[in-house]
Design a protein around this ligand. Structure first.
Ligand code: SF4
Length: 271
């Protein structure tokens, strides 16, 4: 009978343990991990977190290109399971020839499909872009409605897309929970929740009113570039000293970026 070598067995079990740990750490919409019952932060601590984001970047901007409400709506619909860079490449030519629902319908589904074929799920998305353009013409006089219920009735538009359009174009303090925001809500413990809706509602409650307009942008950018899924870059984190995440890396000193940004804030709270 062949026996497994003890060394090999222990190596493979270490690898399994490592993989399990990594999977557990990479919180995502599909894997919320252990969810807290409530925020780890007091009101003053939450205020300090968002004041830092504001001090570092008072007017954050999304990374999707658009020229009006309609092209923003289309860009957000196309961005599901695609990168903003990929969407921008595809929409550059599309929006040059079709920046209104009328022009999009006139272009037709086949041409739209060709223009966006580099983006994932392009067939379904092309169909939805035409259907939503027709619906905008039929029900809203060709305009993008400024209300969630009407937006969510459009083909391909869910709560997250509606929230992005309401926030970016119309200036509502909505929180669009994507994979980054969902991870941050739970990882930091600032707005824990098992589902995107739970995180959205917890975040709406937690974010101080004056930071509501830009909160989702700050968190998306923070999640995309600093507090990344697999390994957060804590040495570059401007809220390092405020962060209560168990995943926070233990550094010898508070990062310069956190100290410099804190110096610009009125409430220089540190934990
Ligand atoms: S300190 Fe680390 S874990 Fe905490 S928010 Fe910053 S990057 Fe994320």
């Amino acid at each position: 009978m062949t026996k497994t070598k003890p060394a090999a067995a222990s190596k493979s079990s270490t690898n399994r343990a490592k993989k399990a740990k990594t999977a557990k750490r990479a919180l995502s919409v599909d894997n919320p991990g252990r969810v807290l019952k409530r925020s780890r932060y007091s009101k003053a601590e939450t205020y300090a977190v968002f004041e830092r984001f504001h001090a570092a970047n008072p007017e954050p901007e999304g990374e999707l290109n658009y020229v009006n409400a309609f092209t923003l709506l289309v860009a957000v619909v196309l961005s599901a399971q695609a990168t903003d860079v990929g969407v921008n490449k595809a929409t550059k030519h599309l929006f040059e020839i079709a920046d209104t629902p009328e022009k999009m319908v006139a272009l037709g589904e086949d041409t739209v499909r060709e223009k966006i074929r580099t983006i994932g799920l392009f067939k379904t998305k092309a169909k939805n872009v035409i259907l939503l353009s027709e619906q905008l013409l039929r029900d809203h006089g060709g305009l993008v409605p400024e209300n969630r219920e009407a937006l969510e009735k459009l083909p391909g538009v869910g709560r997250k897309t509606a929230n992005v359009v309401l926030n970016i174009y119309f200036g509502h303090p909505t929180i669009a929970v994507d994979t980054h925001l969902f991870r941050l809500g739970n990882r930091l413990g600032i707005a824990p929740g098992k589902t995107p809706l739970e995180v959205e509602l917890a975040m709406e409650k937690a974010v101080p009113i004056e930071f509501g307009r830009h909160a989702h942008h700050w968190l998306i950018l923070h999640g995309r570039y600093i507090c990344k899924a697999r390994k957060p870059d804590c040495a570059q984190c401007l809220i390092y000293d405020l962060c209560k995440s168990p995943e926070k890396e233990k550094l010898e000193h508070i990062p310069q970026i956190a100290l410099q940004t804190a110096a610009k804030c009125s409430k220089q709270a540190t934990l």
